[in-house]
Ligand binder design. Sequence first.
Ligand code: ZN
Length: 128
Amino acid sequence: MVEPRACKICGKSFTPNKYRPNQNICSSIECQYQRQLDNMKEWRGRNPNYFKYKESHDSSWKQTCKQRSLDWRKKHMDYLKLYREEHRDRHREYMRDYMRNYRKKKKGEDVPGEGPAQDAGGSAPAAA
Ligand SMILES: [Zn+2]
């Protein structure tokens, strides 16, 4: 016959299952839950690298993503810069014409003889 004993967690006395005479935790839900948590802790204690590995894996993955987007941005910025420098003059001309046409349209001016920007960059004096 198994003697009643005090639960290791809640301290209440309980009678262990006769098939598990070493049981030292009662069968209440709270204590069983606590036992599971303890088991998990113990398992973690026995497998300390499992979560560390996962975390390091995750953080290196995040790092990779971050680095990749930084690289992309850097390349992109370089590209944009190059593009702007290369096309600055053309862009300036284009914007000048664009704004001129825009203002015309806005004012509703009807300018005779001037076609749609065919001679751009030709006769117009460059802006200082
Ligand atoms: Zn208990």
